[in-house]
Design a protein. Structure first.
Length: 406
């Protein structure tokens, strides 16, 4: 298999079709060694896009096609970011992927880049946008929200290969993994492993699910008990739903809804694989009112968000998001929150979470909700930064009894 060609084709689809690299990689047919090479080339190229462009841009005098820019980025990535790839192999293999009319151009540019060596910018905030390949407006937003040092810390963390965590499923004796010396637990539920979690038979047997360590913290805030009635509003692909059912010992009732039938099917498949029988899925637009105004003891809203806490797993997001798109997402979140607010029983708990780092979507969203719905009170809120897992935010709210509000 020509791994470089596979990587190039994936990168072109990410650039031209707004596809996601992770989804495209799932469909690649390759052995484990080839798959590792393709994955590394794709993600290193995406994570370092601005820095890679800065290496070859001084040597061009005209605008290049998008496919050519992708190819040059892939070539420079192999020169400077892929261990064990000789320079001649990086250049020759990249040139071979170019069209006949562009091979001389690609060859000449890459050789100039090789001769000049990697041009690295100072490690300070002013140059962080190119050095760490983040839009400058995004870094400025993080600086305003969390401070300059934290903004730099987030950007640096986004450049590291993401950790893959498993989360045990006690409904299928997943706790036995605690005795497996290949598993390294970071808390009672989550672990890393010395074997590939995505291809191990225990995953298909339902003994664990692949779930970020911070994502797995969110359902704990629901404080569920067996026998409760729970609503999971934007539930797909269902990992938090499954964890909630596990914490309920598979006793009670969970309504898990999502916008599309195919996404509800993903939830059903996960429940079947992991031994969950208390989840009922339904197709529902979370922004719409519910018929008959049902009541739930607990509600989980893992809201649609900009995904700015997940830029190591999904580096392409940083190049697509804009201040305008953030405002649109904030409106959607507000509409969903207002639609589900009447559904929580008195003394019930609502947990709102996102996998983003943006106070407008997180703290400001919740504080505005509390002003519109004085029957709710904030119990706690927490932000997890992407140092040992993905960036997440969660807020735990309680709906007070009417007599306490009067």
């Amino acid at each position: 298999m020509d791994t470089r060609k596979q990587a190039y084709e994936i990168l072109c689809r990410v650039e031209k079709d707004n596809a996601y690299a992770g989804l495209l990689l799932r469909h690649v047919q390759a052995d484990s060694r080839e798959m590792a090479q393709i994955t590394a080339m794709v993600y290193e190229t995406l994570r370092n896009q601005y820095l890679l462009e800065a290496q070859w841009h001084p040597y061009i005098q005209h605008k290049v096609r998008r496919e050519t820019a992708v190819l040059l980025n892939l070539g420079v990535c192999q020169l400077f970011f892929m261990d064990g790839v000789p320079a001649y192999a990086a250049i020759n293999s990249t040139v071979s992927l170019a069209g006949r009319k562009e091979r001389g151009f690609v060859n000449a540019v890459l050789r100039k880049v090789q001769q000049a060596g990697l041009q690295m910018l100072p490690d300070d905030f002013e140059h962080a946008g190119i050095r760490y390949s983040h839009p400058q407006w995004l870094l400025q937003m993080w600086k305003a929200h969390y401070g300059k040092d934290k903004a730099l810390e987030i950007a640096k963390a986004d450049q590291q290969p993401s950790h893959v965590y498993g989360r045990i499923n006690t409904l299928k004796q997943g706790e036995d993994l605690r005795l497996d010396p290949r598993c390294h637990f970071v808390n009672d539920l989550s672990f890393t492993a010395d074997f590939p979690l995505a291809s191990d038979p225990m995953l298909s047997e339902g003994k664990y699910v692949i779930q970020d360590v911070h994502s797995a913290m969110v359902p704990l805030l629901l404080d569920v008990k067996p026998g409760m009635k729970v609503l999971d509003v934007c539930a797909a692909p269902g990992t938090k739903t499954q964890e909630t059912a596990m914490l309920m010992e598979n006793k009670g009732e969970i309504t898990a809804c999502d916008l599309y039938p195919a996404r509800c099917e993903l939830i059903d498949q996960l429940m079947q694989r992991t031994g969950v029988s208390i989840v009922k899925t339904c197709v529902h637009d979370g922004r719409k009112e519910w018929e008959n105004n049902p009541r739930f003891d607990r509600i989980l809203l893992d809201a649609p968000c900009s995904g700015l806490g997940d830029l190591s797993h999904k580096p392409e997001i940083r190049y697509r998001v804009s201040p305008q798109s953030l405002d649109e997402i904030v409106r959607t979140q507000k509409e969903i929150l207002d639609a589900i607010a009447p559904l929580l029983a008195e003394c019930g708990i609502l947990v709102y979470s996102t996998c983003t780092l943006n106070r407008k979507e997180n703290e400001a969203q919740i504080h505005a909700f509390l002003q519109r719905h004085p029957e709710y009170q904030l119990l706690k809120e927490k932000t997890w930064f992407p140092t040992d897992g993905d960036g997440f935010y969660a807020a735990q709210l309680i709906r007070e009894e009417k007599q306490k509000r009067s």
